[in-house]
Design a protein around this ligand. Structure first.
Ligand SMILES: *[C@@H]1O[C@H](CO)[C@@H](O)[C@H](O)[C@H]1NC(C)=O
Ligand SMILES: *[C@@H]1O[C@H](CO)[C@@H](O)[C@H](O)[C@H]1NC(C)=O
Ligand SMILES: *[C@@H]1O[C@H](CO)[C@@H](O)[C@H](O)[C@H]1NC(C)=O
Ligand SMILES: *[C@@H]1O[C@H](CO)[C@@H](O)[C@H](O)[C@H]1NC(C)=O
Length: 162
């Protein structure tokens, strides 16, 4: 009985190589669970003024919960929202994301945020697909579509990132 339990525990432990960071195309992120929140450190080394970049949670544009980082007039703004198709997300009136620090220096954006584990009805502890959008333009403050295919990371299990 006990050895059986050990075996199962072991195989779960070995089988789950949790993804807790990402790096590609100038985008770097790492994340962990801190204080019942998801802490994300996000950097983008190839962003310019009047551009946006984002992280989207979910399988596809039909239904993503998004965190969008907007760079305007040398300032960084963090907004949250949802997509329901291949168009700009609908922003939440109030963002539930806590911005601990953010700055833009040259072409490098650097942000430290915490996100509630229940993020717009989505449990961020569940294993799911994370999408990293490199950049898109801001036109009069509105998001224009991203020109590159977002990087997709399947089966991120944030609960295993400590
Ligand atoms: C990213 O995570 C892997 C393990 O999944 C680890 O080996 C590597 O050191 C991490 N890289 C950074 C920059 O944290
Ligand atoms: C976690 O929460 C406690 C109590 O609110 C606080 O003192 C501590 O600084 C927090 N830790 C982090 C890493 O945010
Ligand atoms: C968000 O704000 C808009 C415009 O002020 C308002 O019409 C809408 O009802 C608000 N939505 C929520 C969920 O509060
Ligand atoms: C920029 O923000 C990062 C975290 O997002 C922080 O670690 C760093 O100290 C900040 N740099 C400056 C110059 O404020």
């Amino acid at each position: 009985m006990f050895s059986q339990f050990l075996l199962i525990a072991l195989s779960i432990g070995l089988g789950s190589t949790s993804t807790c960071n990402f790096s590609n195309g100038g985008v770097r992120a790492n994340w962990k669970i801190v204080n019942r929140s998801l802490q994300i450190h996000y950097t983008n080394a190839r962003i310019s003024n009047n551009q946006w970049t984002a992280i989207g949670f979910g399988p596809g544009m039909q239904n993503l919960n998004v965190i969008v980082f907007l760079v305007q007039n040398g300032r960084v703004q963090v907004r949250t929202g949802k997509t329901n198709g291949y168009r700009a997300p609908t922003f939440d009136n109030r963002s539930s994301v806590n911005v601990h620090s953010s700055n833009i220096s040259g072409t490098t954006l650097n942000v430290l945020i915490t996100v509630p584990l229940n993020f717009n009805g989505m449990n961020l502890l569940n294993c799911q697909t994370w999408n990293f959008v490199q950049t898109g333009q801001l036109m009069n403050g509105q998001l224009s579509r991203h020109t590159t295919t977002p990087f997709r990371v399947n089966n991120v299990c944030a609960s295993q990132c400590r």
